[in-house]
Design a protein around this ligand. Sequence first.
Ligand code: NAD
Ligand code: WQD
Length: 331
Amino acid sequence: MNILVTGGAGYIGSNTCVALLEAGHTVIVADNLCNSKNDAIEKIMQITNKEVIFYQIDVNDVVAVDTIFSNHEIGGVIHFAGLKAVGESVEKPLEYYYNNILSTMVLTKTCQKYGVNRFVFSSSATVYGDNKVPFVETMDLLPSTNPYGETKAISERILTDIAKANPAFSVSILRYFNPIGAHESGLIGEASNGIPNNLMPYVTQVAKGIREKLRVFGNDYPTIDGTGVRDYIHVLDLAEGHVAALDNLTEGAHIYNLGTGQGTSVLELVKAFEEANGIEVPYEIVDRRPGDIASCYADASKAKQELGWTAKRNIISMCRDAWRFEKNFKE
Ligand code: NAD
Ligand code: WQD
């Protein structure tokens, strides 16, 4: 099937393109490269030895998106393209609302025009806010403390309403937990330009000597060792989750957590990284980061039951693969 992958040059999108090509799909990527580089497309082709059709376009551009649908018989869309930095979304709310919500509308409208009824959407565990863990798909969503989270909740709502109004529309809304790791080739992963906001890219930069030490944001949370607990998931497991979602699309809107169901604290992750790679990661405990919650992990049973998908890779392989990519990575 011809799959349009928006944001396919990005971190999760590029790894998913590999999984889609390996599953026998044809991949058409639409990405404006605002947070990625052209060479991700070459690396996908290098890994798979298959062609990728690439359009460098903004997915908010109605005419450019229409051109792709008229040039190719699109069987389904996986919509990754979006801005994702929580802190930046507080400073630039309009950019986030405009980019992340309009893109969902442009794509679904074009899908309607061309009769494309298969859609997979990148949502985030951030929509659960500070609910009680483990997070289950049926929980009421709590208002997010940042515009980024709101863009995901609003896009979910738009897609759900479209599915209600058009019974032929099949949409899988995937709520990712904390994706880390990289393709095992070391070729595609999360490019860590500048000072990373997220834990794993920061850890790998400390390991590489780019930063002196990790700052651990708080050790007084009600968790196993006082540091924040998250459900880290290998990006390749996440990529396989998208293939499973696409293969199992049924009419209506269906929401799935893509997580491992296991929580890992910051200090446990540091220890796993040191064990996996034989490198010490110096750290210091500093104040809590505003807006952080104590614990976030999935109830991952629905995806297992309905998609036949579970995460297979453990925290050690996530740490090993993240480090292999960082070692290879050059700005
Ligand atoms: P990423 O920034 O690496 O990839 C996003 C890609 O989308 C980039 O290549 C960027 O150039 C492209 N893009 C952005 N706006 C665009 C536009 N208007 N038109 C065309 N291309 C555009 O991010 P990622 O980590 O791969 O995340 C992919 C999706 O998953 C995003 O929607 C993100 O919000 C969501 N998500 C990510 C995480 C995470 O921790 N990485 C967690 C939950 C959800
Ligand atoms: C993980 C843990 C930090 C950095 C964010 C977004 C979320 C989703 C994934 C997109 C926390 C601690 C971190 C550091 C630290 N993205 N930490 N020192 O905050 O769970 O989720 O990315 O949808 O929406 O909010 O991920 O990797 O930033 O933090 O101690 O330098 O590591 O406090 O406990 P987070 P993270």
